[in-house]
Design a binder for this molecule. Structure first.
Ligand SMILES: *Cc1c(COP(=O)(O)O)cnc(C)c1O
Length: 357
């Protein structure tokens, strides 16, 4: 049996919708993008939503406009995807890595406090792993004492009421393997709406249309707009959201029930209030288990290999024991809406067999 790590979900009406957009001739810059922005705002109770070409480009726009003039200090948890640290570093800011919790892989508040007491910190970028929320309440308390901005990397998280007005901004991903998929896409939500028009301008070359026949370039922008084709696929995903949530939850429950008898495995707690985007386990002999699963056709992944262990970032020679411990035991199993019961049984049987040998 061959089981991929992820497969995107689509409804039976999607091909017709894509055909409609293709035949309309408005492949980008059409009505679909603003329509899906409104649907996102309504569905998830966001105060506003701006779609972009990816989470990475949404993050670039946020950093561009939050810190246009001076170099600032930005804290990034070391257990994250490349983009979370790459964007601030590429835009000339100082990235300060922070350790993470050994169980959840998300920002460790005690480690953050040590950084706050020894550095001037302008911004913290907490990251969701697997759709779980980091310790937002503690971070909000620290924001009140230390006065930094919070820009959330919610590439792996989305659910109704997930945005908190105390947070300055959050960015989301609609990459195929996220909760809501498109060929590529992302977006952001902003708490201070007075900046919204400026940020939307940056999304498309800093252009403002002043009449049907003329436009003005008002600031230095980017090419970061979402296409109408991505928007129509995203819309299909949002319409299927209830079904997607139901399917994800039932797969979480099945995994948990079958895995609970294997003492070498522990599963993370999955709250009913969130939508899981990954199914992460902690496993003894994780490396060998991963090879065993791959040899039997089951694709897995790790979220993530901590950034300080990658060649580019290694030169700072830093040690983060929480992230390294998380990395040595964590494993993301195949997880998607169309994963079948017998496929989950097959995966769990392979894991049980691995430990019984
Ligand atoms: C996927 C991911 C991103 C990047 O998303 P894109 O839409 O591909 O730019 C950033 N951060 C995290 C934590 C992610 O998982």
């Amino acid at each position: 049996m061959k089981i991929p790590l992820f497969r995107p979900y689509s409804s039976s009406s999607l091909p017709m919708e894509i055909k409609r957009v293709i035949e309309s001739g408005h492949w980008t810059g059409g009505r679909e993008v603003s329509e899906v922005e409104n649907i996102l705002a309504e569905t998830f109770n966001f105060p506003n939503f701006t779609c972009t070409s990816s989470a990475t480009s949404a993050f670039e726009i946020l950093i561009d406009t939050f810190y246009p003039d001076s170099k600032v200090n930005i804290v990034v948890p070391v257990n994250t995807f490349a983009a979370t640290a790459e964007v601030p570093r590429r835009l000339g800011h100082k990235v300060i890595f922070c350790d993470v919790d050994v169980k959840t892989g998300m920002i460790d508040i005690a480690s953050l406090k040590l950084i706050l007491n020894s550095h001037k910190v302008d911004c913290v970028i907490p990251v969701s792993i697997g759709g779980h929320l980091y310790d937002r309440e503690k971070l909000k308390e620290l924001k009140q004492s230390y006065g930094f901005d919070i820009i959330e990397d919610l590439a792996q998280l989305i659910y109704k009421d997930c945005f908190d007005h105390f947070v300055d901004a959050a960015f989301f991903s609609f990459y195929p393997n996220k909760i809501l998929s498109s060929p590529d896409g992302g977006g952001f939500v902003l708490s201070d709406e007075s900046k919204l028009e400026d940020l939307r301008k940056v999304r498309l070359h800093g252009i403002k249309r002043i009449s049907p026949i003329e436009y003005d370039i008002e600031c230095l922008g980017r090419k970061a707009n979402m296409t109408d084709l991505s928007a129509v696929i995203l819309k299909d995903q949002i319409y299927a959201l209830d079904e997607k949530i139901k399917r994800r939850q039932s797969r979480v429950v099945r995994y948990q029930n079958l895995l609970k008898d294997i003492p070498q495995i522990s599963c993370l707690y999955h709250s009913e209030n969130i939508i899981s985007s990954l199914f992460v386990i902690h496993a003894e002999n994780r490396k060998e288990l991963q090879i065993h699963l791959a040899d039997n056709g089951v694709q897995t992944s790790i979220h993530f290999k901590p950034l300080h262990l990658h060649s580019y970032w290694k030169k700072d020679e830093l040690v983060f024991s929480g992230a390294e411990s998380y990395y040595s035991t964590s494993l993301s199993l195949p997880f998607y809406e169309t994963l079948e019961d017998n496929e989950i049984s097959y995966i769990v049987e392979l894991i049980a067999k691995f430990y019984s040998n």
